[in-house]
Design a protein around this ligand. Structure first.
Ligand code: FHN
Length: 600
């Protein structure tokens, strides 16, 4: 239980109410605020998200009414999807008239929730408000919404319907919310932007209080024009604190701020898959089934379910999540092309227990990703998902990154034998039969990694802080901290006695390895960082920088402890310092206190 949490929530509330222009009832003292609420890589709060791996994105708004086409007054046709108002220069009044006719009477929350269930998608994220500024719930904040500005049944609330339908199927529900708002007149001008923020905060409070989302997926955070977007990193700091104050369990993406490693819980690569596990932050690839997020009646560039299933496997094998999108049409119906592909993905997952390669699985650590497929790991099982099955008698080679023994190998859904030949640095698998399907045949390897040293009994590192940027004099603060996991951003600092703008930090002690092998040390820092382990300078990034990821590797021996020293300075602006590690047997995480011992 983190003792500082109530203080943080209060701090967040102070920030939020200040942002809302509502002075807190009592003048609260400035509180040391640290936005690193927990370690998203290991927190109970994110456990479901890291396990579920596969979600459904839904882009549905009054733009859906146009189905991707707008006929201009001169008769020419402009095509776009959810950006159609802006990119086809539809005048505001005309767009409001179009919205007034929006009537998605065919929206069937049960059918949509079932499509996610059938696909094996464990969570759904629906656009509650896209850039167009149109709220898909009966918001009291303005009249530009599905209840007050449409031809839709005024007794209905599609978000409430979807909440019930997903909950009934044990599927979590989250909301996409665009910061960028093309409709709110106070949005573009920095002078009136605080009024927009007040309304945005009020809408987010409605969404959290009325629907209890598991995820808030922000978007529209980037600097742009038409209309100008005044959103800043400071706005992101306040918004993230506000969301946490509403419900600390919510998983928040990095577009709450400026899409950086220090913003929110999850990175958001879009229409792409990182080619290896992402450093410093959880991540989720979002992707369309064709080429459009919103519905169009002309985009038939559908991806195959085989391709999509292999993408899901590749993402899981790199410890990521896959948020795969559907765009309902003007009636609220999801195209059959989408439904069919999702069903086929679910079929593959439900066959032969093949979903074991995805749910709760992540990067293997013990082997490198092969060219013939992808490998994921869950506990003592490696799942080799083979895209290119070898010719008869052929074999598959895995490059081992650490010593381990394969106890058993079997093809999911087949009785065929798999010969396993291990040599230092490689594993050769020779199946004796055919592949089980055309998408990916999964070979399950039961493995015994080299025994780990027992879990440590550490308590953390000695932390020292100076109210200057060069460690001058005796530290004002000296304490034991259970790990290095700080995100002070603009307003925070390590202690009330340390200024937010200029300070230096040092952590010293011992780090205890549980594995023998190559450890990767990763820092997320702002403004400078230096890391020594076993007296070796591993990371030396002393050029003042914004939020940056640095990493280095070092071979360690299980059971041994090594001197560790980490130095950080804050020279103005934002501040952050996180120290993570990973090994072939340890997924990326903030180095836990139990493996750290304070300096004497
Ligand atoms: O502009 C949006 C776009 O319409 C869509 O919502 C995607 C989905 O992540 N996000 C933005 C583009 O990055």
């Amino acid at each position: 239980m983190n003792r500082r949490k109530p203080l943080r929530a209060l701090a967040a509330l102070v920030i939020a109410t200040t942002a809302l222009g509502i002075a807190p009832a009592a003048e609260a003292a400035p509180l040391p605020s640290d936005h690193a609420y927990d370690d998203p890589f290991t927190a109970d709060r994110t456990h479901w998200w890291r396990d579920d791996r596969f979600g459904q994105f839904i882009h549905f708004g009054t733009y859906s009414q146009l189905q991707g086409k707008y006929t201009r007054p001169d008769g020419s046709v402009c095509q776009d999807a959810e950006w159609i108002q802006r990119n086809c220069q539809i005048p505001r009044a005309e767009y409001e008239q179009i919205a007034a006719k929006f009537n998605p009477a065919g929206f069937d929350a049960n059918a949509i929730a079932q499509s996610a269930k059938d696909a094996g998608q464990k969570y759904v994220v629906i656009t509650s408000k896209h850039h167009e500024g149109y709220a898909m719930w009966p918001t009291k904040v303005n009249k530009f919404n599905l209840r007050d500005h449409s031809a839709f049944d005024k007794k209905r609330d599609i978000l409430a319907e979807l909440k019930r339908a997903t909950a009934a199927r044990d599927v979590k529900l989250g909301f996409y919310y665009s910061i960028w708002d093309w409709h709110d007149p106070d949005f573009p001008d920095p002078a009136t932007f605080p009024k927009y923020k007040e309304r945005m905060y009020a809408q987010l409070k409605e969404l959290v209080d009325n629907y209890h989302p598991a995820v808030l997926w922000f978007d529209g955070e980037w600097s742009t024009d038409r209309p100008n977007n005044p959103w800043t990193e400071r706005d992101g700091e306040e918004l993230e604190a506000y969301v946490r104050s509403l419900d600390p369990s919510i998983v928040v993406n990095n577009r709450v701020g400026k899409r950086r490693v220090v913003d929110g819980d999850t990175g958001t690569p879009e229409q792409e898959i990182p080619d290896k596990p992402v450093d410093g932050q959880l991540w989720e690839s979002c992707m369309t089934l064709n080429g459009s997020w919103g519905y169009t009646d002309w985009d038939h560039n559908w991806k195959s379910s085989a391709d999509l299933t292999r993408k899901l496997l590749s993402i899981a094998g790199r410890s990521g999540n896959f948020l795969l999108n559907v765009g309902p049409d003007r009636n609220g119906r999801v195209p059959t092309e989408s439904i069919d592909r999702l069903k086929q993905m679910g079929q593959w997952l439900r066959t032969n227990g093949q979903s074991a390669a995805v749910y709760g699985a992540g990067a293997p650590g013990l082997v490198a990703e092969p060219s013939w497929g992808v490998v994921s790991r869950r506990g003592d099982k490696l799942y080799a998902s083979v895209f290119d099955w070898p010719a008869s008698g052929g074999s598959l080679t895995l490059d081992a990154l650490a010593p381990f023994r394969v106890r058993e190998a079997r093809v999911l859904g087949s009785r065929q034998r798999v010969r396993v030949e291990q040599s230092p640095g490689s594993v050769k698998l020779t199946p004796s039969g055919s592949r089980t399907n055309d998408i990916a045949t999964v070979i399950e390897l039961s493995v015994d990694p080299v025994p780990q040293a027992p879990v440590g009994r550490g308590t953390g590192l000695t932390a020292e802080y100076w109210p200057n940027a060069d460690f001058t004099g005796t530290p004002t603060v000296r304490r034991v901290e259970p790990g290095v996991n700080h995100n002070w951003k603009f307003t925070g600092s390590p202690d009330a006695k340390i200024p937010a703008e200029t300070f230096s930090s040092r952590w010293t002690g011992q780090v205890a390895a549980r594995d023998t092998g190559k450890y990767t040390f990763t820092t997320v820092s702002d403004d400078t960082v230096r890391l020594w382990v076993d007296g070796k300078l591993l990371i030396d990034n002393t050029t003042p920088h914004g939020p940056s990821v640095d990493k280095a590797t070092l071979d360690l021996v299980a059971g041994r402890s090594y001197a560790i020293r980490l130095e950080h300075t804050e020279r103005g602006g934002e501040a952050s310092m996180k120290l993570l590690w990973s090994s072939p047997n340890t997924p990326q995480q903030v180095i836990p206190a139990r493996q750290l011992h304070p300096a004497g």
